[in-house]
Write a protein of this length. Structure first.
Length: 302
């Protein structure tokens, strides 16, 4: 199991590099750094070519590591009912992500389609993260096996996960439309005149739409924090886990503001992509706990 644990950590790390690397490709406009060629690279030697080629190499490595992780997980912990499903999801969406990237290079796509690329990779990352959690037996260490999550909280996690995915898509759309600085101020587009929207162009609508959705996700996360604190104060996996989630969300909002204040500094932009990746991954773990809770309730009734 030690080798499987090491492989799972490497796989999670590589998937993070894939996601952040994809954001880097978009932010630096390096998508065509290798020309209209895939999988080989025939572009001119430039920073854009190096970034795009590096992203392709890391994505290829991710495919190898995740394939190995899936095979070994089936063999070592295949008795855990979610393992086979998560293995399939991680491989399927990673392949889909690669094909998506290839089509974007060979056949020009609209910004609305290109923005889906990050979200596809995000699902693969979440599956790999959940596999890693199962491999490290986090459930047993924090007594998650006996956890019963009421229907209200299960529904909240499901809807928040769906909504977060929409927020992620809107953020990716901001990057692909080069609208990060469409609004010069924060939190409003123009702080001195926040209600004037008549003269907004499409980039400003996309930017403010993303901020509006992000604000809802922020409030939703904070409200859940107080509710979980009240109902699950003695559950480490619920209480401590959601405190981490709240920290991720607060950091995400602050980084979003820093992107504006720093005039789209690349470091803040990439950290912005990283934190929402981690937030979504942990949120998917709560979906897994919710699924198991339903199973336990049915077993207790029978």
């Amino acid at each position: 199991m030690k080798g499987l644990k090491i492989l799972s950590i490497i796989s999670v790390a590589v998937m993070i590099f894939v996601l952040v690397g994809g954001a880097l490709v978009t932010k630096t406009d390096s998508g065509m750094g290798c020309g209209a060629n895939w999988p080989l690279c025939y572009g001119d030697w430039s920073l854009e070519m190096f970034i795009e080629l590096s992203h392709r190499i890391v994505s290829s490595l991710a495919g190898i590591f995740i394939l190995l992780l899936s095979i070994l997980s089936w063999r070592k912990i295949g008795h855990i009912r979610e393992v086979k499903f998560l293995s399939f999801i991680s491989i399927f969406f990673l392949i889909a992500q690669g094909l998506f990237g290839a089509s974007a290079v060979i056949w020009p796509q609209s910004d609305t389609i290109l923005a889906l690329h990050f979200g596809v990779s995000l699902i693969s990352f979440a599956a790999v993260l959940l596999l890693t959690i199962l491999i490290f037996e986090v459930d047993h260490k924090f007594d998650a096996d006996s956890l019963i999550i009421p229907s209200y909280f299960r529904k909240q996690f499901i809807w928040l996960a769906i909504f977060t995915y929409v927020v992620v898509y809107s953020g990716a759309l901001v990057r692909h439309m080069d609208s990060s600085l469409a609004c010069p101020d924060w939190p409003f587009c123009v702080n001195n005149d926040p209600l004037v929207m008549v003269d907004w162009h499409i980039g400003q609508w996309v930017q403010m739409g993303h901020r509006f959705l992000a604000a809802i996700a922020f409030i939703w996360t904070i409200v859940l924090m107080f509710q979980i604190k009240k109902h699950f104060r003695h559950s480490k996996i619920m209480y401590n886990g959601w405190m981490i989630q709240t920290g991720f969300m607060v950091s995400q909002v602050l980084l979003g503001a820093l992107v504006i204040f720093s005039l789209a500094d690349l470091t803040f932009a990439l950290l912005h992509a990283l934190i929402i990746t981690l937030y979504f991954g942990v949120l998917c773990y709560y979906l897994l706990l919710s699924y198991r809770s339903v199973k336990k309730e049915k077993q207790n009734k029978s």
